[in-house]
Ligand binder design. Sequence first.
Ligand code: GLY
Length: 387
Amino acid sequence: MKSLRYVGLELRNRVTDGDLIMPDQDLAAQVNHSGGSYPVVAGWGLINSLGDRFMDLGLTRTAYIITDENVMNLYGRNVQRALQSRDIPAHCVIIPAGETSKSFELAQAIYSWLADLKAERGHTIISVGGGVAGDLGGFIAATYLRGMAWVQVPTSMAAMVDASIGGKVAINLPQAKNLVGSFYQPKGVFADVQSLSTLGKRELSEGWAEAIKHGFILDASLVDVFEEHEEALMDVEPEIATEVIRRSMAIKADVVSQDERETLGIRIMLNYGHTIGHALESSTEYGQFFHGEGVSVGMMGAASMAQEMGLHSRELVERQRHLLERFNLPTAAKGVNVDDILKGMSLDKKVQGGSKRWVMLEEVGRSVVRTDVPEELVEKTVRELVS
Ligand code: GLY
């Protein structure tokens, strides 16, 4: 059994070859991976300086923005303008909003668009939006011409603190989400926290679920911050929201730097709450739960099982429940069909050699993977969540 204890945010200042580079105030972390490294940056109003960021990274050639119909007018155009202000040509393709856009059909249409525009390997794909623009844009970048440069500009909370970092790219099959994809790392992740101020409360809450999850699995002090600043965070107050997002991004960056391809038992920790969460999403045909809401219910399921197995106290379960509820997140899934959830869990990508791997807490800020969770306990817990 493996456990990872998160040891702090020491990635904030960049030092290379013994020379101190001027610290970038907006830099949350640097992700290190087998092919190099990239910056993960969050700032208020950051999109306006994106042209400079691209110049810094040497991404001076034509860019292709992939964004959805909701995000285009709010942020897609601003990204385009910011690049053009530094003489970087930028084309846009607008995809329908929603998970159904992660399809082979749409990928093929975008390949044709790129071919018509004579896209080259030295050009850049930019995903502007939430997880869908990220996953699809990354999938295109990974495959067109066997790989183009790719930059993530996440505009949803969940994409900022989770999906945009770590290079998981994918499209969906009718059987399940994200079945076809790859690990393909971007050249940089640039989050403009101001874009969260146009999100609805429900979208905000589901995004905070992923950040709260980061605290419970790896950083107890982050859980304290959530408990102390719930109101300011739900109001997206610039200073505290940006700081907490940077901290959460740094946790994700640290984890994926240690376990790029989820083979070392470290990255899997990020899937806390996801086994039941994904099954809830798929068993309700993606129509009832936002991803973060499913994760929230899944975190409660995992905590309840861990408590029954003697890993931690009831007090921890209640502390987690209380915090999730303060962020308006669901902690149960009343009325959902148990068999559908159990069936949904059988397609979980964490299954290895037939056994399910469950991420569980040992205490706040410390998590483990367990493969010995009795099926009867899983079934009992799922029944309790839906009754
Ligand atoms: N969202 C989990 C991961 O990127 O590994």
